[in-house]
Design a binder for this molecule. Sequence first.
Ligand code: FE
Length: 195
Amino acid sequence: MSKLARLRSFIHDMTRLVERHGEDEQRMLDEGEKLLRGLIAQDDWLPGEFARASPGGYRQYLLHCDPLERFSVVSFVWMPGQKTPVHDHTVWGLVGVMRGEETCEEYSKDLKPAGRHPVRRGQVDRVSPRIGDIHVVSNDGAEVAVSIHVYGANIGAVRRHTFDPASGTPRDFVSGYANATLPNPWDRSGEASRP
Ligand code: FE
């Protein structure tokens, strides 16, 4: 399989899944997790420009957005020591670590610390307003961490919140993306021209 074919195949499978079960969050999380585990099991397909770290802060690169914005696929890149603010998502999300290791600190709806756990390479974490939606993700390790996330919306354009952990004060937050151009998994000329 060519490298970006893995991403293409994941997009195919997620599109079929959202067509069939897009209204069923539990099913999207359960079956989406299996697909995401498959995608991150082989760390050979993500083009370097979408895995580039920045000393200015963690990066998020859009890899694919469903044309109807029912889901999006994003790569996140953290240098050692980088972390997100306390934030929510407002939609379901899957976080699959492909390189390095991440730490997730969860918060309850009233902003009380609700536990902390590592997400190791190959593991997939879940968020949603129903099961717990507020967290901080950090890279406490010694190497750059890269994770592939799938969300039930065009996440970079969703109006959501960051929170001051001391006071609980929410602030409006729209994350956007670090990239203006996307990977191209659709050039199939190589395989199409094979006899
Ligand atoms: Fe998050």
